[in-house]
Design a protein around this ligand. Structure first.
Ligand code: DAH
Length: 357
């Protein structure tokens, strides 16, 4: 019995995992185990022999059982410790957003533009990407045979013969949102309307789908001076250069009178474009005082209300700010491009927290 005890206690002490413990339990205490076999011998003993051997065997059995249980618990703790060491994680480390998806520059710039205009009291308005030709053209003072319709390379929606709903187009600009917003909410108003627009055009600086942001401010006494201030505030905040100069060039749009195209100050140094310095100019948007016909179409009385509007290419200002040379790459969904030009998903642009940092 002493031999059995010494043998099993040392085997248990040397066991390396829970499977070995189980094997030892079976070898000692299982049906065909050595201690079980010794127990069976008790039957063949004299009553006197049994009186000493019985309790001693039972004590041995208990001792082996508790040694097995203790070793099993110790091995379990060791396994848990090893797992905890292996899976250790410092939850105070910063996240690693570069390993995940990135925010597309168009989304980033849209957020930046929205943050800046929101700070000046502009709300965000939206309109449908498929709109009627009335909202896209007529209501904006572009009648049926106006050359601006042809210039826009409009995508017309297919119409089955006999379909007499008004013709629908993929909107060629965000300007129809002006009409829809004023129709619904009237004057005064102060909105921007970012979104997708469509024109049949494709080269390094044109894609059939691109993004614009429309601006509209209507009140009793809004003037071109307000337009100039708002745009200069915007460009300074967006390009993160104070005192950026703008140039207003007389132009023509059917929906504004007077109309102006706006350039921002820039320079070219060693083929590198710098915004907000030097004596070069870059055209960035169209603008003007909303035409009385446009107010009228939207049910706003032009005798009482007036204001400015502008339309700007989001993709274009994104290219300028982040040095992206080819517009088409925006819409290629090339992962390498997205990793290079994309933004960390947790850095939401705000004026106080920084737009692009
Ligand atoms: N809708 C014009 C375009 O897409 C841009 C534009 C010019 C919008 C002048 C305006 C504006 O609101 O006043 O080319």
């Amino acid at each position: 019995m002493d031999d059995l005890k010494a043998k099993y206690l040392s085997l248990i002490a040397a066991a390396g995992d829970e499977a070995q413990i189980e094997d030892l339990r079976i070898a000692a205490l299982g049906k065909k185990g050595e201690i079980s076999a010794a127990m069976r011998e008790l039957g063949k003993m004299t009553p006197e022999e049994r009186q000493t051997a019985g309790p001693a065997l039972n004590a041995l059995k208990d001792e082996i059982n508790s040694a097995l249980a203790a070793k099993k618990a110790a091995l379990g703790d060791a396994a848990l410790d090893a797992r905890l060491r292996g899976e250790w994680l410092d939850v105070t480390l910063p996240s690693r957003p570069r390993r995940q998806g990135t925010i597309h520059p168009i989304s980033q710039v849209t957020e930046e533009v929205t943050a800046i205009f929101a700070d000046m009291g502009f709300a965000v308005a939206e309109g449908p990407q498929i709109d009627t030709d009335w909202y896209n053209f007529d209501a904006l003072n572009i009648p049926g045979h106006h050359p601006a319709r042809a210039e826009m390379d409009t995508f017309y929606m297919h119409r089955a013969q006999g379909d007499n709903r008004p013709p629908h187009v993929l909107r060629t600009h965000t300007s129809p949102v002006q009409i829809r917003h004023m129709e619904k909410f009237g004057a005064p108003c102060r909105i921007i309307a970012p979104g997708r627009v469509y024109r049949a055009d494709y080269d390094q600086t044109h894609t059939p789908m691109f993004n614009q942001v429309e601006g509209l401010a209507i009140d009793k006494d809004i003037s071109m001076a307000n337009l100039k201030w708002v745009l200069e505030e915007f460009f300074a905040a967006f390009f993160e250069v104070d005192g950026i100069k703008t140039r207003f060039r007389a132009s023509h749009f059917p929906f504004t009178e007077p109309s102006a195209e706006v350039d921002i100050q820039c320079s070219w140094v060693d083929g590198q474009l710098k915004i907000g310095e030097g004596d070069g100019w870059l055209e960035v948007l169209g603008s003007g005082m909303v035409h009385p016909h446009v107010l009228q179409s939207a049910g706003v009385d032009p005798a009482q209300w007036q204001g400015f509007a502008f339309g700007m290419g989001i993709d274009r200002i994104a290219m300028l700010k982040y040095g992206i040379p080819d517009l088409r790459a925006f819409f290629d969904s090339d992962l390498r491009w997205l990793r290079h030009y994309g933004f960390a998903s947790l850095d939401v642009p705000t004026l106080h927290g920084g737009l692009s940092r």
